[in-house]
Write a protein that binds this ligand. Sequence first.
Ligand code: UGA
Length: 440
Amino acid sequence: MNIAIIGSGYVGLVTGVCLSHIGHHVICVDNNPQKIKALKKGRMPIYEPGLEELMHECVIKRRLKFTGSIKEACQKSSVIFLALPTPPKPNGDADLTYIENASREIALNMDSYKLIVEKSTVPAETGKKIRRTVQLNLPKRFKDGNKILLDFDVASNPEFLKEGSAVQDFMNPDRVVLGVESKKAEKILREIYKPLKTKILVTNIASSEMIKHASNSFLATKISFVNAVAQICDRVGADVLKVAEGMGLDKRIGRQFLDAGIGYGGSCFPKDVDSFVRLGEKNGYDFGLLKEVRRINETQHQSFIHLIEEKVWNLKEKTIGIWGLAFKPNTDDMRSAASLKIIAQLQHEGAKVKAYDPKAMRNAASILKGVVLCKDPYSTIEDADALLLLTEWPEFKEVNFIQVRDSMRQAVIFDGRNMLDADKLEDMGFEYFGIGRGRL
Ligand code: UGA
């Protein structure tokens, strides 16, 4: 199939490269000329394990191209995936300007059948709006009064991949959801995903859009639920790791997404929960449950800070070393990362902050002000009054903790991800504090 992907961010690049890898001819579009230039030179602008290697392979096989022109992409493809940003507006609504503009440009450049597929997360009913925008903007030669003379389809095919394991998730999905309005669109999309040999669920566009809303919000609910449980664990002397294990053994609950921590971040959950709450409001439903999920998430880092204040005492002039800045491991992405809120609060209280992340240092340099960025975990904690682990990168387990203990001014660890071995560290002479470990 000849496929265009409009928007070369995380979702667009992973989708484009992976669709090309499974045999399709793909052209990725972006309106940022620097990005397209870098991609054409073989440089991947984001860090995602395995993606750059796969991109090189597909380019060599001549199945993957990059362009700044929607017109060129439209002319060369019959299926067009929209993988554009939908940033939140101040009131929580998703800003769909990019989607609207791209839909208009596609319409202006259409001269044969096209299937336009929503891939990035969009609010329910966006499919209808795309169809209307395309109809309104089609060249006059394809209209006869109210009649549209050019056949096209709109579909919804939400992505469920996680940053850090996106290639793996794309190639081995739990399911592929197709929201379609015609047999023709269904047939094309089934053909595209045939090589993946996975469960395909076909529904209408509105249900497909709702599946994405509901899935992300449910996962966010699981996280906030276990974070609330962790708060009580600390108060009653229970260990949330054991509680999550015990709950997770029940197959109806499952162990995944029950890791208590400093709250969920990233470009999806915070925005998607907001947008689902707004969708309810607009349609006369108060989604109080999700509002509480959001409130728990927004206060989770505050109780972490309170714990630090209680144990480190006055933060003014104290040196705090931070391991991990990305919103989760295996990515360089710091969008809505819990680390940002925690660092801002520490700085507000007059602490000196030093930080290290295995992949996010370039982003950190452009986002963080007044933070000493260090080259490795050890230099980050030299003379520190406390170490904060904020992203569970596996390499932090491999650190020589004797060396860490001896370089710190006070051997105190706050493990915001419950990643380290508390007993071992306490035996070494550290004071260790996790989230909901019942050790306060
Ligand atoms: C999420 C979903 O998991 C994907 O299925 C979806 O496709 C994607 O959003 C999207 O809509 O594009 P992602 O944001 O990449 O993926 O990352 P997750 O692995 O879901 O983690 C999100 C946040 O939750 C991270 O900050 C992570 O640290 C936190 N988290 C996750 C927890 O605090 N506890 C957990 O048990 C799991």
